[in-house]
Design a binder for this molecule. Structure first.
Ligand code: TRP
Length: 473
């Protein structure tokens, strides 16, 4: 039986295109929350957030980060999900429907391209996580206790073209396998298993880490509040991390929002996503730093932390081999649920706008994205050309991350706020957001944040990113 909303939606869609099938919706609010949290919780939570906290004043940074998530991250996320739910379209279709015959659909196009671009190299790094899971299982770290040794191992590993390409292919195939089943039978089914598993693994690692002798030093490094370290740069760092971590700015949440029922409360659903994302990031720090300091190693961030420093501790702690395996499975799962959302953006675009079948779209985007990722896989040693591009003097993977993961995402978030706050009809914007909400009065506060506070804050970050590029270049 059709519910009222589904009838309207399919009715409208049928009117504009006779072949349209009824759009799928999530089976429950939990499904949406876990899928969106799966998108948000990724490599950034594990390898960047903890280090930022430790280096920027511990608990002092944490308080600032929380305030930024609530005042800026959450409103932007609400805007994305609201736009998706109201229009029931992929990012391109969403902008086109909310502002017909305007140039704004370009922002949606930017989102789809960004998703596609990120997917290509995210899959390469996720492939490393699969490779390291296998290494941990087979005891490859057993004799290595020094970051110098694990550093060599990592260099060898990422410089081996066939291995990294094979793992990149495996990860991409997994992502395609999850998305091909559709919203309920694919994405929802996978995330309902993967996300609880992720939190369970995280808790297990936190318990191990905190119960080691000497864990206290790491705990102090991580959380000791130090307000003297708080400067303007602290706010910029917190804001940049919040936007990246919440996966806003490219329409992943427009797409996931387009499958959300009108009866759901967008504010509660998105607030839950923010909470889970922040919780996962916080726990990652508790899992990493106490263990690191317990064996007397120096903290780091990025790939160096997860693939070089951490492998050196596993065989210095009791049951380290087991916990090492759990850690890399966790990393793989975190990356997989993020990649699923990246692929779904492209697939939703092709099925909505170009009338492709889901299966065809998944397979084709998977293959092309794999191909686009090949230079990234070769840019960590296997190919001197891609490892150090002529004129630019950076590797291909870093270049892709700067263009898509940094500039395009921030620009996308800024344009989204300007669109929702200023261009979209306020009544529609409010309807998209407060329909189904128990607190409709919040809508006005949200609109204020999206109009004024978010664009100023995100614009500042964008300027900062561009200035850094300029200074470095
Ligand atoms: N949030 C992800 C992380 O923390 C990275 C990311 C940013 C992302 N934007 C995204 C993932 C969009 C999927 C979709 O690692």
């Amino acid at each position: 039986m059709l519910t009222a909303e589904e009838a309207t939606d399919s009715g409208e869609a049928v009117a504009s295109n006779p072949q349209t099938r009824r759009r799928e919706t999530w089976g429950s609010r939990l499904a949406f929350v876990l899928a969106a949290a799966g998108s948000a919780i990724g490599l950034g939570n594990v390898w960047r957030f903890p280090y930022l906290v430790g280096k920027n004043g511990g608990a002092a940074f944490l308080i600032i980060y929380l305030a930024i998530v609530v005042l800026i991250g959450l409103p932007v996320m609400i805007a994305e999900v609201g736009l998706g739910r109201f229009t029931r379209r992929n990012p391109v279709g969403a902008f086109a429907r909310a502002a017909p015959n305007s140039g704004w659909r370009v922002v949606g196009v930017l989102g789809v391209i960004t998703g596609f671009g990120i997917l290509s190299y995210y899959s390469v790094v996720a492939g490393w996580a699969i490779g390291y899971t296998l290494k941990a299982v087979t005891g490859a770290f057993a004799t290595l206790t020094d970051p110098g040794q694990t550093g060599n191992l990592f260099e060898q590993f990422v410089g081996d073209a066939w291995t990294v390409l094979a793992l990149h292919a495996v990860f991409m195939a997994l992502t395609v396998a999850a998305v091909i089943g559709g919203v309920r039978r694919g994405i929802e089914r996978w995330t309902l298993i993967l996300m609880p598993a992720l939190f369970l693994m995280l808790l297990l690692l936190v318990l191990r880490s905190l119960t080691l002798d000497g864990a206290g030093k790491g705990f102090t490094f991580y959380l000791q509040p130090d307000f003297s370290k708080v400067t303007g740069a602290t706010f910029i760092a917190a804001l940049g991390q919040a936007l990246f971590s919440l996966s806003v700015g490219m329409g992943a949440l427009i797409t996931y929002g387009s499958y959300l029922s009108e009866r759901e409360d967008v504010v509660i659903a998105t607030a839950s996503v923010c909470l889970l994302d922040t919780l996962a990031a916080f726990l990652a720090g508790l899992a990493i730093f106490p263990a690191l300091f317990a064996v007397g190693l120096e903290p780091a961030q990025g790939a160096g932390l997860t693939f070089v420093v951490l492998p050196a501790i596993f065989h210095r702690i009791p049951f380290g081999g087991l916990f090492g395996t759990v850690f890399f499975v966790l990393l793989t799962v975190a990356a997989l649920t993020s990649a699923i959302s990246l692929l779904e953006v492209c697939v939703a675009y092709l099925t909505d706008e170009k009338r492709w079948t889901r299966k065809g779209a998944c397979v084709l985007v998977g293959i092309v994205s794999f191909l686009l990722g090949i230079p990234a896989a070769l840019s960590t040693g296997a190919s001197p050309f891609f490892s150090q591009l002529p004129f630019l003097h950076v590797g291909y993977l870093d270049l892709m991350d700067t263009i898509f993961g940094n500039i395009a995402l921030t620009l996308g978030a800024l344009l989204l706020c300007l669109f929702v706050g200023w261009r979209w009809v306020p009544q529609d914007a409010l309807k998209g957001v407060i329909e189904g909400s128990a607190y409709p009065g919040l809508g006005q506060h949200w609109l204020f944040l999206v109009r004024y506070v978010c664009p100023v804050a995100i614009g500042t970050i964008l300027l900062q990113i561009l200035m850094n590029l300029f200074v470095q270049g």
